[in-house]
Design a protein around this ligand. Sequence first.
Ligand SMILES: *[C@@H]1O[C@H](CO)[C@@H](O)[C@H](O)[C@H]1NC(C)=O
Length: 309
Amino acid sequence: MREDNQSSKLDFILLGASSQKEQENFFFFLFLFIYPITLIGNLLIILAICSEIRLHNPMYFLLANLSLVDIFFCSVTIPKALANHLVGSKAISFGGCMAQMCFMLALGNTDSYILAAMAYDRAVAITRPLHYTTVMSPGACFLLVVGSWVMGNANAVPHTLLTARLSFCANKEVANFYCDIASLLKLSCSDIHFNVKMMYLGAGVFSLPLLCIIISYVRVFSTVLRVPSTKGVRKAFSTCGSHLTVVSLYYGTVMGMYFRPLTSYSLKDAVITVMYTAVTPMLNPFIYSLRNQDMKAALRKLFSKRISS
Ligand SMILES: *[C@@H]1O[C@H](CO)[C@@H](O)[C@H](O)[C@H]1NC(C)=O
């Protein structure tokens, strides 16, 4: 078993989500419980959507892509946290730490752009139902997904390169269970003024999709209030509740974390990061499938096909 004090001088130490032993065990079992549920839940969503021809439309393709991002998103942090706890080590290599930071930023941003694409999709379906199939064509849908990945990476790679250039001196204890940009900047012994400015700029860019979501839903609600009884509108509106729940969970926790001064960060905040890194990706499949009859039917069909074959 590798001891912390034997780890390389270049390694970082991940303090975990808590400083107390009992709480550490609590988070270990929480992650052990959450991770398989997240993987299976999101995988089932993807399988159900891909195998059901009736769900081959933009709304469900975007949902399947969201599930795909969520699978990657929680796989960047949780397996490492679980493995470290099992072998009794807290070390993470410099490269591993930078990779973790980069993937978290990229996937987190991609997630928010896909949520924005989903809001736009609903806005088109409700405000311009007659043009829906031409506006949300397969090509446009593909472009929205690729665009989300490109924008996500564009808001991750520069921050990672800027952080990798910093010097880290004696203190290498990251006050979180993964290498998160704010915790790393706090540790550095270089001048971080520029990095901090860039981080806030990045947080601003991260909010652009939220602006798009808000505009989309203002248009959705104004249309629904004007023509409340149309059957098509009501059907298109039925998934908006689930979508808004996911958006508020995700943005609420991320903004609670990043929209404040760097000096106020502490280990306590690791609990907030647990919310958006682990809990939200786990809840997404349930939020979308429990209230959605088409999704439930597709899942039932998926299971009965497996059982009969
Ligand atoms: C993601 O979206 C694209 C474009 O609509 C679609 O072709 C693809 O099947 C989706 N991915 C998944 C995993 O469903």
